[in-house]
Design a protein around this ligand. Structure first.
Ligand code: ZN
Length: 249
């Protein structure tokens, strides 16, 4: 069992950075919840969030809980800020005493590199310590490998556009990197009806199911048998078609 502690930055009376009505605390929580949801589709994975709602646990409590729970990896999720549209990109911060090129450093590098490749953020790399003091408390006080990830600048219109347009890809990329960091590989969950395995149920799947129902195609019973009667029939094809057009769940 691998345990991930995800720490959505700020919350409650600490909104973090803000820009044009957008609050860092909200972006951090929404993204952390999305990463958690993806991780929980995987086998042998447990996830703890340091906050699940609009509260602000102390930094000491966030680290203490992760330590007590025995997390394998701790990631603190933040958005950066500088001056309106003056900086952009993703960076991660690790404990100042971490060895450059060592395990914790490489894990953070993996997260940043994959995320920039997946979503198109500028890559600002992995840095030691914190911008204006020695260390972020969440890196200093946690016992396990950790990083603080700044998912683009909240005061950058282009970073916010990426954050919103590629939100699902961002969450998936972070989840995949976290799994890789502890030696697991992401396995896409089985979607009933998604016979061609492209992640959604479309008319193409309905056609494949119909062909399978008359013996023209071999398909997986697990994904093709939508009505669960143990065989592939034209009614499964009809169900797939209805799902593809949103008429059915
Ligand atoms: Zn922050």
């Amino acid at each position: 069992m691998k345990k991930f502690c995800i720490d959505p930055g700020h919350g409650g009376n600490s909104i973090g950075a803000s820009y044009k009505g957008r609050k860092e605390q909200d972006d951090c929580l929404r993204l952390s919840l999305a990463v958690k949801e993806i991780l929980l589709t995987q086998k042998d994975v447990e996830v703890m969030l340091s906050r699940e709602d609009d509260t602000n646990p102390s930094l000491e409590d966030r680290a203490r809980e992760a330590n007590a729970w025995g997390a394998d990896y701790f990631i603190s999720v933040h958005r950066n800020a500088f001056a309106p549209n003056k900086a952009q990109g993703v960076e991660a911060w690790v404990f100042s005493k971490v060895v450059v090129g060592g395990i914790t450093f490489s894990q953070a590098e993996e997260i940043v590199n994959d995320l920039c490749a997946a979503a198109g953020f500028v890559n600002r790399g992995v840095k030691l310590g914190a911008p204006s003091y020695t260390d972020y408390a969440v890196n200093r006080l946690t016992n396990m490998s950790s990083c603080l990830l700044e998912v683009g600048f909240i005061d950058s219109d282009s970073d916010n556009a990426i954050f919103d347009a590629y939100f699902a890809d961002i969450a998936l990329s972070i989840a995949k990197s976290l799994l890789k960091n502890v030696g697991l590989e992401y396995i896409p969950p089985v979607i009933v009806g998604d016979v061609d395995g492209d992640g959604k149920v479309t008319a193409a799947d309905a056609r494949l199911i119909l062909r399978a129902s008359v013996g023209l195609e071999e398909i997986d019973l697990e994904t093709g048998d939508i009505d669960g009667d143990g065989k592939i029939t034209s009614s499964d094809a009809r169900a797939a078609l209805r799902i593809s057009t949103g008429l059915e769940e």
